[in-house]
Write a protein that binds this ligand. Structure first.
Ligand code: ZN
Length: 176
């Protein structure tokens, strides 16, 4: 951004707001200058300061909006994480009590939770990109490892450490 060569007389003008309103309303600079006891060149010099203030205001509003959205997304992610932990516990219990039917249900539930988490993650990725940070989001992989034999139950590995806070780009669903 361009530095000011010297202090702008309009920025510190007592009537700054009405001056700016008149300028934005499209009044001629000569008229505004006459009305507020200044000169055209002062108003001209001040013009970019109005633009800057307005765009700053828009940025702040945009930040507030995206921050609210991010909070919603984080809540959604946290919920998906809790659901996942619960489903994982059910899966572990089913494995311990040798109940393949419940284990299969748990795996299906895990897949559903992962789909939900994925949508939150891609949303978060879009929002953080919009905010201009976390452009190099780490990827997270979800693996469902199918058993080699009939007696084994599938294993699921989910969240990668350090990926949770930095944001994710996508989930690769790998089956082998
Ligand atoms: Zn100014």
């Amino acid at each position: 951004m361009k530095r000011m060569p010297r202090l702008c007389s309009i920025c510190i003008h007592e009537q700054r707001l009405p001056i700016e309103k008149a300028m934005i309303a499209g009044a001629s600079l000569r008229d505004v200058a006459g009305l507020y006891g200044t000169c055209k060149s002062n108003l001209d010099r001040h013009r970019p300061h109005i633009t800057r203030a307005l765009s700053k205001h828009a940025e702040v509003q945009e930040l507030a909006r995206t921050t609210t959205l991010l909070q919603d997304v984080r809540r959604g992610e946290a919920r998906a994480e809790r659901l996942y932990a619960q489903t994982e516990a059910i899966l572990a219990g089913a494995v311990a009590s040798d109940d393949p039917r419940v284990a299969l249900l748990a795996v299906r539930a895990v897949v559903a939770v992962m789909a939900e988490a994925r949508s939150f993650m891609s949303l978060r990725g879009e929002i953080t990109n919009e905010l201009g940070r976390d452009r190099t989001a780490p990827t997270i992989s979800v693996q469902i490892i199918a058993p080699q034999t009939f007696n084994e139950l599938p294993r699921v590995s989910f969240w990668q450490e350090d990926a949770c806070e930095a944001g994710y780009e996508e989930i690769g669903l790998i089956q082998r």
